[in-house]
Write a protein that binds this ligand. Structure first.
Ligand code: F58
Length: 846
């Protein structure tokens, strides 16, 4: 039966009444429908006919989907025009969110929920003989990101609109998003993700805002009319940035902000000139280069390949965005450079858009003829920077020769900023060359490189980490000198997730139940979930809560069966680890525990354990061999465990292929246990941990990232914390960490490692990838201290097992997790950015 939440009808996820019915012509009189449903129906039929050239008889599911999305987009455009008018006439202060990644997923359900039209759309489609679920399933995920950083950007856009904050998101319109992953014999195989091939109905093309971008060339010295020495950037190549706008609608408000994504194009005139001069091949090459820039998203931390292209991508995107921001600022005659920083604020999502700092400076110096001090003053009042990682290998550095070739003028400006920085440093610590060495924008010693994180810290008025612990480590370990040089610049904003996507849309059953207890406003005020606490001990509520979990697990079981061919029982404990595949996230620690359970079961058929299903989903960066070896190892062990009758159904392992936002939305509502087992100090925050806890999964985790704050909120009795703390890990390393010590003293650990390292799971396969994983943990020195945490992890898992046996206790813990994680709403995070960093006011749109 459909449930009502906040005046909107939530249909059940599966078994929608017409899911089985065939397409039929509109039957019943239209007046049976609500006015919204009628109007939607009219638009859909209009687009089916005039956009797709079909009628309801001949339309394919994809035609239905495009016509439906276009009808929804119309409603957003109306509000978008109104928003734009209010923002423009009010000459309001705006924030610009610059991110190389947006992991948006599908938009249909979320747009409808935010518009308040979800129920009406279900009604409209069902009346046309179409299943809403089937239509929405046609949508390709927009996977323009790698992981949490990209998903965070998408959640933040949702909150910015919901909170009526004037904002524009900027990014790249990649033709190919993150690769599609397939498993072939348990190995990851990557395929291109051509998400756009059948059209992208949410976007609007904006050719009138096309921007030129210059690259390469050289710098020459000239004197200006006043006889002052300046630099001129000459002999450059120009490419074009072509904007696509995606409207972003707020939940329960009229605000519609936009996400503007730039696609690269070759300039026609350059092309033609070269072509006419007889350089046919050259012309085609130039054209190809122009279009290559926005072709693919870079999935690799390691960046060995395509470094130049990645740098060009970054510059292309910031150059287009900055010009667009400046154009918008000066489109109001009341504005000038005097009030630029008062009206415009730019948030840098990691160092990827750091070149924006130098580009604004270049525009002010070279195009506006401003003196350095003034240009620097404006620049450093505009930017704020979010750091998302402490891993040294993930901190961006660009080689000086590469910079020199691609952006020669920018390199000179970086040297100029560095001189300024060195003078500040000298004033604070006279004669201290050690301090200068660590602060410098240029890393010396060996090949010189530009430190983008240092550039961001120097060029921004605020720098934030993404969880309390991460910010503490950022200040104490990564940037202590900068923290001393710029008191008050560093601050924390703990990450958040949008409750619209990560509860309301993905878990309609639980959403409906929650609304019966705390009312329908929780999706805008997540803290109000605290009201559920008083039901945590109520057996009837516990039963309902757990029955919903079981239904969600049954849905996921069907997906596991379809995708992996594995039968799993919804009565088992669903133990979930879903995130990028990385050594620091320690999927291999999870694997070692699975092997330990497997061994206990085969050695003792009576071994008492709660039946468990281990669910993995993760992509490995294509060049990250060890991550791929971990995937292969998990799949190899899974194949044995799942087919071994001695296990007697107590253990199943499913690695779902092609992890993406829409798959996360199916796994999260079905999870009992959330694996957050990174080496303490390595996971900046984590956001999957928040989504899972919100949906009633209990966390097993280390004291890392936002786990620390999740524990503070849910209480230590409702979470399973284990393992070495940051301080203990430091002490271990200082004493000289030796994984062999753990191997020698723990019989079970030794056995499972050796088992993994044998060819038992991958008979005859060469190279033996599980052996490679073992080697990384022993001879390789175990850089992420997997062995040091193994025993504590197994002990914590025993506690999980015991807790799950007590159904009432587990239900209470799960309910309290949902009730107490309201802090992790992205509305709270965005509220903090707006108040403390951006000084941005809400602007109501009628
Ligand atoms: C993630 N970073 C952090 N990077 O790992 C996670 O702790 C945090 O919660 C999240 O950001 C949001 O703050 C992340 O997702 C990437 O995806 C890299 C981007 C550049 C290429 C390599 C991966």
């Amino acid at each position: 039966m459909p449930a009502v939440v906040a005046d909107r009808v939530i249909p059940p996820m599966s078994a929608s009444p017409s899911a089985k019915s065939k397409a039929k012509a509109p039957a019943a009189p239209a007046s049976r429908l609500s006015p919204e449903a009628q109007s939607l129906q009219q638009s859909i039929l209009h687009y089916l006919k005039y956009k797709m050239g079909r009628d309801s008889e001949s339309a394919t599911p994809r035609d239905w989907w495009i016509a439906t999305a276009t009808a929804v987009r119309d409603r957003m455009i109306e509000r978008g025009l109104e928003t734009y008018k209010v923002h423009r006439t009010g000459n309001v202060r705006r924030v610009y969110y610059l991110s190389l990644e947006y992991l948006i997923g599908r938009l249909m359900t979320n747009n409808l929920i935010n518009l308040g039209l979800h129920g009406a759309m279900v009604e409209a489609l069902e009346d046309l003989g179409q299943s809403f679920e089937k239509v929405r399933a046609q949508e390709e995920d927009m996977g323009l990101g790698n992981g949490g950083l990209g998903r965070l950007a998408a959640c933040y856009l949702d909150s910015l609109s919901t909170m009526d904050l004037p904002a524009v998101g900027y990014g790249i319109h990649y033709e190919f998003g993150l690769f599609r992953q397939e498993f072939v014999n348990g190995h990851q195989v990557e395929h291109p993700d051509n998400w756009i091939v059948y059209g992208a109905p949410w976007e609007l093309v904006r050719p009138e805002f096309t921007q030129p971008v210059r690259l390469f060339g050289r710098c020459e010295q000239v004197f200006d009319a006043q006889g002052n020495f300046t630099w001129r950037w000459v002999d450059t190549k120009t490419i074009l940035g072509f904007p696509y706008d995606i409207p972003v609608v707020g939940y329960g408000t009229k605000t519609v902000n936009i996400l503007r994504l730039w696609a690269s194009k070759a300039t026609e005139d350059f092309d033609l000139r070269t072509f006419n001069e007889g350089g046919y091949i050259e012309a085609v090459r130039e054209k190809a280069y122009g279009e290559t820039i926005s072709k693919v998203l870079y999935p690799n931390d390691k960046n060995e390949n395509g470094r130049e292209l990645r740098l060009v991508q970054q510059y292309f995107f910031v150059s287009c965005s900055l010009r667009d921001i400046i154009r918008r600022h000066f489109s109001n005659p009341a504005n000038s450079w005097e009030n630029f920083a008062e009206k415009q604020c730019i948030q840098l999502n990691d160092t990827h858009p750091a070149l924006a700092i130098i580009e604004l400076l270049r525009i002010l110096l070279d195009e506006q003829g401003q003196p350095f001090e003034r240009a620097w003053g404006i620049t450093t009042s505009v930017f704020a920077y979010t750091n998302h990682t402490l891993l040294p290998e993930a901190l961006e550095r660009w080689s000086v020769p590469l910079f020199q070739r691609v952006l020669p003028r920018h390199l000179l400006i970086i040297y100029q900023v560095n001189d300024h920085l060195m003078r500040l440093c000298e004033a604070k610590w006279p004669g201290d060359h050690g301090k200068k060495r660590v602060l410098s924008l240029i890393e010396e010693g060996g090949a010189k490189s530009v430190r983008m994180a240092n550039l961001c810290v120097v060029g921004s008025f605020a720098v934030n980490g993404v969880a309390e612990l991460h910010t503490r480590l950022l200040r104490a370990h990564l940037f202590p000198e900068f923290d001393a040089l710029y008191p008050g610049k560093f601050t924390n904003v703990t990450n958040g997730i949008t409750p619209r996507r990560w509860l309301r849309a993905c878990n309609p059953r639980l959403s409906a139940l929650i609304s019966t207890k705390v009312g329908g406003d929780w999706a805008r005020d997540l803290a109000s979930l605290r009201g559920l606490e008083r039901w945590a001990d109520d057996p009837a509520f516990q039963d309902e809560f757990m029955a919903i979990k079981r239904q969600n697990k049954a849905d996921l079981a069907a997906i596991i069966h379809r995708e992996c061919g594995i039968e799993v029982s919804p009565d088992a404990l669903f133990d979930v680890q879903i995130k990028r595949l990385h050594e620091y996230k320690r999927q291999h620690l999870n694997l070692l525990h699975i092997l330990a359970l497997y061994r206990r079961l085969v050695q003792d058929p009576g071994y008492a354990m709660v039946p468990r299903v281990f669910v993995f989903a993760a992509k490995a960066a294509p060049g990250y061999e060890l991550a791929k070896a971990i995937i292969r190892s998990i799949n190899a062990v899974a194949a044995h465990v799942n087919n071994d009758p001695r296990v007697n159904g107590k253990l199943k392992v499913a690695f779902l292929p092609n992890y993406r936002v829409s798959l996360a939305a199916r796994i999260i509502p079905a999870a009992d246990l959330s694996e957050q087992i990174s080496t303490a100090g390595k996971e900046a925050s984590g956001t999957g941990n928040m989504k899972l806890a919100l949906n009633g999964a209990l966390t097993i985790g280390t004291l890392d990232g936002a786990n620390v704050e999740i524990q503070e909120e849910v209480g230590p009795e409702n979470i399973f914390i284990f393992g070495h703390t940051v301080e203990e890990i430091e002490a271990l390393r200082e004493a000289g960490y030796d994984p062999h010590r753990y191997y020698a003293k723990d019989e079970e650990l030794r056995a499972v490692l050796d088992w993994l390292g044998s060819d038992y799971f991958v008979k005859g396969e060469s190279p033996n990838l599980p052996a490679m994983v073992r080697a990384s943990l022993l001879e390789g020195g175990d850089p992420f201290l997997v062995l040091a945490d193994f025993r504590a992890y197994c002990d914590a898992q025993l506690k999980v097992d015991a807790a799950y046996r007590d159904r009432r206790r587990w239900a209470r813990m799960a309910i309290l997790n949902t009730a107490r994680v309201g802090k992790f709403s992205s509305d709270r995070s965005i509220g903090e950015y707006a108040d403390r960093i951006w000084k941005l006011r809400r602007v109501h749109v009628d």
